[in-house]
Design a protein around this ligand. Structure first.
Ligand code: GLP
Length: 262
């Protein structure tokens, strides 16, 4: 894992956008996996700005979103379909036919996961953008999800529903189910960029990077990805930095107490 610690959210967003743009310039028809949540909004703003200044085009880019709620219509303001159009797609030149967001039509519930999964099989992602949930989820892979899962329908954790209730009138409005790429789909991406900000994420970020790889904290699997960059601000990196400093001090003390004899 490559860890980049930036000063604040603004810098995280700029850094992440510069990585994405570099990849698009290398391969204008790349497949990009996109995330929702508040974390990548700044990254999307930077991409929009670059597009408006004619620095980048998304004309041939194909996008694949990580997840979508089940139980609300695509037209609902809090659906991830609406989120992506509002925060990115409607401002750039991506073609509608190249946008892929998991379908959530409840009448087709038995086919939704398999259909999206075959699209992912046919189109390996070149880069996947991720945020992290406060319980360590990526996409909607909640703690306990088998690490070998591919796209599936998930029952959301109460913690996740609580966290996401800030976008709804109240918790009862938050859907109980969602469709999500599985960990296996995410890990199959050639490159991964995870962004996290704020002190509420500091503990989970530490566990993701330094804890053991376990299905109880799905994001920990990213330690095993060959090209994963984690971009943090000082607040979300605070536990990581504090523990590293403590370990360093402990090491120095041990070395002083037991000097190497010639
Ligand atoms: C949702 C999304 C995740 C996202 C997470 C964190 O649950 N399904 O993809 O990473 O929220 O959101 P935020 O960035 O708002 O903390």
């Amino acid at each position: 894992m490559k860890i980049i610690i930036c000063k604040n959210y603004e810098e995280i967003s700029k850094k992440a956008a510069s990585i994405v743009m570099k990849e698009i310039r290398k391969k204008p028809d790349l497949n990009i996996g996109l995330a929702t949540g508040s974390s990548p909004i700044g990254l999307y703003k930077n991409l929009i700005e670059a597009y408006k200044k004619n620095k980048i085009s998304f004309m041939d880019v194909k996008s694949y979103n990580l997840d979508e709620y089940i139980g609300i219509e695509r037209s609902h303001p809090q659906s991830y379909y609406s989120f992506m159009h509002e925060n990115l797609f409607k401002h750039i030149d991506i073609q509608e036919k190249n946008i892929h967001i998991p379908e959530n039509d409840i009448t087709r519930i038995d086919d939704l996961a398999a259909d999206y999964n075959s699209e992912l099989h046919e189109n390996q992602l070149d880069i996947q953008i991720l945020g992290i949930g406060s319980n360590g989820h990526i996409g909607f892979n909640e703690p306990g999800t088998p690490l070998g899962n591919e796209t599936f329908i998930v029952t959301l954790d109460e913690q996740t529903r609580m966290d996401n209730s800030r976008f709804f009138e109240n918790i009862d409005e938050v859907p109980k189910f969602a469709i999500t790429m599985g960990i296996k789909n995410i890990m199959y991406s050639k490159k991964i960029v995870l962004v996290a900000s704020g002190k509420e994420k500091a503990k989970v970020v530490y566990k993701m990077i330094k804890g053991k790889v376990t299905k109880s904290l799905p994001a920990s699997i990213l330690q095993l990805h060959p090209d994963c960059t984690v971009i943090l601000d000082e607040a979300s990196a605070s536990v990581l930095v504090k523990k590293a400093a403590a370990e360093h001090q402990k090491f120095n003390k041990t070395v002083k107490q037991s000097p190497i004899k010639p």
